[in-house]
Design a protein around this ligand. Structure first.
Ligand code: DUC
Ligand code: ZN
Ligand code: ZN
Length: 466
């Protein structure tokens, strides 16, 4: 049995901030004690980590990543090995990635393929959601089996006709099924049929630059789809989690639903909080670096997102990490924005950017831990093992230096992508040491983990409602 004491830090969870020593035994949190009392209590340790002057926080839970995702004629550039290592560098100790059902194929085939990509490769623990691209009698039945295997959430798309798109009838049927089996429906809420008309019209008029990606994917079409998804979930009697909310008008739809007491939840991502259409409009095709869907919005939308995060109308910040290199991948869309692979890197940056939001006064320290660790763990059935520091929980712990400053850059990041969406941004706060189930995977800013340490975590059903 290996024991570690993390001494002298400020332990921050979503519920509390206390100065405490943390005893880790056999990969789990064994106890918390008032600072300096560890030895008086007779604790002994193989290793002591001095966290004086530092925060001791739960490892981040990023509930939205795409490693090795085939998309837009290419594949996202982080593997499970590089992506989970970068996550660890950024203080994230659990990721939930999206396995994909191909059209005309079984969920089982897609899930097996994602298990094969991840197994033996991950530096931190991982779990899967399932993307439904083909809702039919077979896939509906398979949803029950997946819930039994710990894949308890299913993403549906109201966008990308001909690829991932489901029509309203298919969505309703999947929601009815999840109402019965405890699964959580995650919705990509954009009206893809209308967007495709606007794409065609823009290209025909010669509007081919990256910024038109943001213009055709109108905020109103995100709001309309969000509204429709909420009504369909009401009819089905199922809860609903809307992913990557970016538009103020979509937040308003969620607020309206939640004010009615409906079990409707929302996620936003750092790119919508920190970036804007100004980035999409950067000259010389640089805007391609910021093409993702839902798209970046004018910066005026950011206030509604921060407000939603403070008021709990938005519950989770995940990354939608889906990196494509500028060179050779984003470049596929030169002369036609609709051919730019959609997605941004960010799995390494989320915890730091959200700490910067604490420094800037957008959210409190405890809210930082709630939206980045505790809420995603509860939402996706990972609690009480993940997302908090309490006796019995997995010892997924980050020693965080709140005073260190750093400049985010592709030169120094660990994601397998040739640019940073946050290049040159100065932030206060930095991950110092990271434990994953008690094993030190980052030791004072040196990677000490290994591919294969990370395990698949079968998840319970959504605990947010309990
Ligand atoms: N949005 C992205 O930006 N990338 C992958 C899929 C998605 O919905
Ligand atoms: Zn999506
Ligand atoms: Zn996504």
């Amino acid at each position: 049995m290996t024991t570690t004491i993390i001494s002298g830090g400020l332990v921050i969870t979503a519920a509390d901030e206390t100065r405490a020593d943390v005893l880790v035994e056999d990969g789990k949190v064994a106890a918390l004690a008032s600072p300096g009392s560890a030895y008086a209590r007779g604790w002994s340790a193989d290793r002591t980590i001095d966290a004086t002057g530092k925060y001791v926080i739960p490892g981040g839970v990023d509930a939205h990543t795409h490693f090795e995702l085939p998309f837009g004629g290419t594949s996202s550039s982080d593997t499970f090995e590089t992506g989970t290592r970068a996550a660890a560098w950024g203080g994230t100790t659990t990721v939930v990635d999206f396995a994909v059902q191909s059209r005309g194929r079984a969920l089982r085939e897609g899930l097996d393929a994602w298990h094969a990509k991840a197994e033996g490769k991950c530096a931190i623990d991982y779990a899967f959601h399932m993307i439904l691209s083909d809702v039919n009698d077979g896939s509906l039945k398979e949803m029950d089996l997946l819930v039994g295997e710990g894949v308890t959430s299913f993403k549906l798309f109201m966008a990308y006709p001909g690829v991932f798109y489901s029509d309203d009838g298919q969505i309703l049927r999947a929601m009815q099924r999840s109402a019965g089996n405890g699964g959580l429906i995650m919705m990509h809420a954009e009206n893809g049929i209308a967007i495709d008309v606007l794409v065609e019209q823009a290209l025909a008029a010669g509007r081919t630059d990256p910024r038109y990606h943001g213009e055709v994917r109108r905020a109103l079409l995100e709001a309309e789809a969000t509204h429709r998804a909420v009504q369909l979930a009401r009819v089905a009697g199922s809860p609903l989690y809307v992913v990557h909310v970016s538009a103020e008008e979509a937040v308003a739809e969620l607020v309206q639903a939640r004010d009615k007491g409906l079990p409707v939840f929302g996620e936003t991502c750092p790119q919508y909080l920190f970036l804007s259409t100004d980035n999409l409009a950067e000259p010389g095709f640089e805007g391609a670096k910021y093409v993702c869907s839902t798209p970046l919005r004018p910066r005026e939308h950011q206030a509604a997102l921060w407000r939603g995060l403070r008021s709990d109308d938005l519950q989770v910040v995940s990354t939608d990490h889906c990196p494509f290199c500028f060179s050779g991948q984003k470049e596929l869309g030169r002369g036609d924005f609709s051919k730019i692979p959609n997605g941004l890197p960010g799995v390494e940056n989320r915890m730091d950017l959200l700490h910067q939001a604490v420094v800037d006064g957008h959210i409190s320290r405890r809210r930082w831990i709630e939206i980045a660790c505790a809420a995603p763990a509860r939402m996706f059935g990972l609690a009480p093992h993940k997302g908090t520091i309490t006796p019995g929980a997995d010892a997924d712990i980050v020693v965080y230096d709140p005073h260190a400053t750093q400049t985010i850059s592709a030169e120094t990041h660990h994601m397998n992508v040739d640019y940073s969406a946050y290049e040159g941004r100065r932030v206060t706060g930095q991950v110092e040491t990271v434990l994953s189930r008690g094993e030190v995977v980052i030791d004072r800013r040196r990677f000490t983990g290994r591919a294969g340490h990370g395990r698949f975590v079968p998840r319970a059903t959504c605990q947010y409602l309990n």
